[in-house]
Design a protein around this ligand. Structure first.
Ligand SMILES: [Zn+2]
Length: 134
């Protein structure tokens, strides 16, 4: 979409998207655009986020500022919740991600599954081969 009265910023490729009925994930482009001229149809919502193939959200400057605040907070919270990897002792059972047995010495994450149970997943990619030092 290229409209004369809209300024288009560089798309952010590879965002994970779900549609309104929660179908997904699909990989899409996210693009921020700004209306450089007020329109009768949406005089205040002049900043928009376009998710290719899914839809568009229009924001006022005030809403955009709030979104930015929440995004910064969310980034901090997401980092804080990332567990530190620990070295497995070999009694952890199977990886929740790939179902392979956890081997002593592997780096794993021990995470709460949201229901109060602890699950163990490989800290490195489950699909890749294992790298074990000496
Ligand atoms: Zn795994």
């Amino acid at each position: 979409m290229k409209l004369k009265l809209w300024k288009n910023y560089e798309p952010i490729p590879g965002v994970t998207a779900f549609d309104a009925s929660n179908t997904g994930p699909t990989i899409a482009d996210l693009q921020v655009i700004a209306s450089t001229h007020a329109s009768d149809a949406y005089p205040d919502a002049r900043i928009a986020m376009v998710i290719a193939g899914l839809g568009t959200v229009g924001l006022t400057s005030k809403q955009s500022a709030r979104l930015r605040t929440f995004l910064e907070r969310a980034e901090r919270d997401a980092r804080a919740d990332t567990p530190l990897p620990v070295t497995a002792i070999g009694t952890e059972g199977r990886c929740e991600g790939c179902s392979r047995p956890i081997i002593a010495g592997e780096l794993v994450y021990v995470i709460e599954d949201g229901g109060g149970d602890l699950v163990v997943v490989h800290a490195a990619s489950c699909a890749g081969e294992q790298h074990r030092d000496g």
